[in-house]
Write a protein that binds this ligand. Structure first.
Ligand SMILES: [Zn+2]
Length: 422
């Protein structure tokens, strides 16, 4: 882990400071749209922490006393760094073939026959840890350059003992080397490996009885995930894997109701999962069940965009029912090759009718809840970690409005500048 920032920093004169301050609970319903905006806002940091938040005038004297380095935020929005709570960061190569075939009319599931996750697994197995780490490090620099300070990362392209461990070992290296925080998730139940096409039983046994205990003992992952869908794993199969994870201290997350309605989101509620992700095909009853649970509904509109789908996850229904909604990129080579959370905000607003304020809360504080890090990340409040981003816009609504731009000019992680635009 990089050393915490030493010199105090004084971010001053932000046209809008989005604090996201509020009671220490996930933001549901109308609370999702409250950004805690301070005009002419300022944030004072010392070491890796936030010392004080307020107006520039309120903080001037203390900043002088701490001999803080001033950073002028005039004409800019100052906000918490994005928390990207669903990515598949470590992979090899790309899936350009699938992309072109889909453009010509094939569905995601049709391209899975010759390409898909199994093609990514084939390429990953041939890649060296060094090459995987090098590519992921480049990606993490790009995440930082777009204002993202925390990235959840799933395994799931190894699909055997050695290669799943290889990915998680690469992530451990990234956790030590990269200033962007990487949160590791074991997703061995991502697809059925080519060696097990006769049936899933033996592979899932391997995952539950050998891989999960090993991963837990070596502390290689915090979360356990599975792809519960048509063409992937069934609800009973996922229950077995996730329950095995829980027995070893891993917290469940689930790829749920993306391609079809399976009941995976109910399983998430039943197991007290941290998140149920995608949710394109949830029923009204599923929405109610999620709303009455602590499960965070992580919506991934980048996948819908890249796959050219007309239908998007029902953000408004979920928000209206009182579910905790978060947003993430789903960065991966097959269905969502973007790492730009700002573009995800644009999709959330335009395609899912979230307001810009709701989208920002979903991409910061609620995403931090889904990673069980909201006590430390996701808002700019005294005592929290100094993770923030400066956007070169004077109104936060411009971030999704000017879509597919990169508005980020400066990113800070643990009180240290990790990206600064020339
Ligand atoms: Zn995913």
């Amino acid at each position: 882990m990089p050393p915490p920032g030493s010199r105090a920093l004084f971010f001053r004169k932000a046209t809008q400071l989005l604090t996201l301050a509020g009671p220490p609970v996930p933001r549901r319903s109308t609370a999702l749209g409250e950004l805690g905006i301070i005009q002419d806002g300022a944030v004072l940091t010392a070491g890796s922490r936030i010392v004080r938040v307020g107006t520039t005038a309120e903080l001037e004297a203390e900043a002088r006393r701490l001999k803080a380095r001033p950073i002028d935020c005039r004409g800019c929005v100052l906000m918490p760094g994005f928390v990207d709570c669903h990515t598949h960061l470590v992979f090899a190569g790309n899936r350009l073939e699938d992309y072109e075939q889909r453009i010509q009319g094939k569905s995601y599931e049709e391209t899975a026959a010759g390409g898909g996750i199994r093609l990514s697994a084939h390429r990953l197995r041939q890649a060296s840890p060094r090459d995987l780490a090098r590519q992921a490090t480049c990606f993490l620099k790009e995440f930082a350059a777009h204002g993202t300070t925390t990235v959840e990362a799933k395994s799931g392209y190894g699909l055997d003992l050695a290669n799943e461990l290889k990915i998680l070992a690469v992530m451990r290296r990234l956790r030590r080397m990269s200033p962007v925080e990487v949160v590791p998730t074991l997703l061995a139940a991502h697809a059925l490996p080519p060696e097990y096409q006769e049936g899933s039983k033996a592979y899932l046994e391997l995952v539950a009885k050998r891989l999960i205990p090993l991963v837990a003992r070596k502390k290689l992952a915090e979360f356990v995930d599975c792809f519960c869908d048509r063409g992937a794993f069934s609800v009973p199969e996922c229950r077995r894997v996730l329950a095995a994870g829980v027995r070893y201290g891993l917290i469940p997350r689930i790829h749920a109701e993306q391609l079809s309605r399976t009941g995976a989101s109910r399983l998430a509620a039943e197991l007290g999962a941290a998140s149920a992700d995608h949710l394109d095909h949830v029923t009204d009853a599923d929405v109610c069940r999620l709303a009455s649970s602590q499960v965070v509904a992580v919506l991934l509109p980048g996948a819908n965009f890249h796959l050219g789908l007309r239908r998007y996850p029902p953000a408004r229904r979920l928000i209206h029912a009182g579910a905790t909604v978060a947003l993430a990129t789903d960065f991966n080579p097959g269905s969502s090759p973007t790492l730009n959370m700002q573009f995800v905000l644009s999709l959330a607003c335009t395609a899912m009718r979230m307001t810009p304020a709701e989208a920002i809360s979903a991409a910061t504080i609620n995403a931090a809840y889904s990673l069980r890090r909201a006590g430390r990340l996701g808002s700019l409040e005294r005592g929290k970690q100094a993770d923030l981003a400066i956007m070169a816009v004077s109104d936060y609504r411009e971030i999704p409005y000017y879509f597919a731009w990169n508005h980020c000019v400066l990113t800070v992680k643990r009180g240290q500048i990790i990206y600064c635009r020339e």
